[in-house]
Design a protein around this ligand. Structure first.
Ligand code: AMP
Length: 254
């Protein structure tokens, strides 16, 4: 099993170094994970990391890390971005793209990458395509996780996250042993502000309007793999690895 690097370069910018340094992979996997909020892209990214070695790069995690930092004042663009995030709305393309460009080194990483939550608009997908072409970093596939709407709403509204170790629970599907207390570190669980009912509506609208069109965009490029996101995280991960193995017969089952 591979330990996930702390992703410091991605979360804090390239002046920070990941610890441990990401292991190089031959060839490295470069994947985009698509799917509505709540389908479990983050969990799948962690499981895929264990099998493929590629690093989990989530743009939402960058924004959350910026909002949690107490040692520096966020830029005006970041302050505005965090307000969009709080409401469940998409952060403007320009802000997201500047943030990703500052982290191009993470895309070049010899360990590969699993992009989660980016791109989320056609404009972001086109910019990413141009950058990856310029850098000669072709994508292996775009994985689209599919789940019926009622299940998405139930997963998001019941999700609780540990305030310390960030472990994720669900009030009915995966409840903690003691109510509102993390099984792993004993810290309090909280509900992400953007998992509240009002924000969920806004996020799903943003997904339908801006992100769903990426399914056709990547399908037309022959990159799309659609995976049902029902069942246990391990079931979904196995389905994903199987689909990847059929697409590119590489020794990925570790
Ligand atoms: P996530 O953790 O991926 O659900 O992202 C949380 C929030 O961060 C989203 O609801 C958006 O407000 C913001 N965000 C993350 N990634 C992007 C992106 N690529 N484009 C626009 N907004 C984003």
């Amino acid at each position: 099993m591979t330990t996930q690097p702390d992703r410091a370069a991605w979360l804090q910018g390239l002046s920070a170094q990941c610890s441990p340094a990401p292991a190089s992979a031959t060839p490295p996997w470069r994947l985009v994970l698509l799917g509505a909020p709540g389908v479990g892209k983050g969990t799948q990214a962690q499981l895929l990391h264990q099998h493929l070695g590629a690093c989990h790069l989530s743009t939402g995690d960058v924004f959350r890390a910026a909002s949690a930092r107490k040692d520096c004042v966020p830029s005006p663009a970041m302050t505005a971005a965090l307000e969009f995030m709080r409401r469940g709305a998409l952060v403007p393309d320009r802000t997201v793209w500047e943030m990703v460009c500052e982290r191009t080194g993470c895309l070049r990483c010899a360990g590969g990458f699993l992009l989660d939550g980016f791109p989320r608009t056609l404009s972001q997908a086109e910019s990413l395509g141009q950058l990856l072409q310029k850098e000669n970093l072709p994508l292996n596939a775009v994985i689209n996780y599919e789940l019926p709407l009622p299940e998405i709403v139930s997963r998001l509204s019941g999700r609780r996250t540990c305030s310390k170790c960030k472990a994720v629970f669900h009030i009915t599907n995966q409840p903690p042993r003691s109510e509102n207390i993390c099984d792993h570190c004993g810290a309090l669980l909280f509900q992400r502000e953007d998992d509240r009912t009002e924000s969920i509506k806004v996020r799903l609208q943003a997904y339908n309007q801006s992100t769903a069109p990426l399914i056709d965009f990547y399908s037309a490029k022959g990159l799309l793999l659609s995976i049902p996101a029902t069942g246990s995280p391990e079931d979904i991960s196995n389905r994903t690895l199987y689909a990847l193995a059929l697409r590119a017969p590489l020794p990925i089952f570790s």
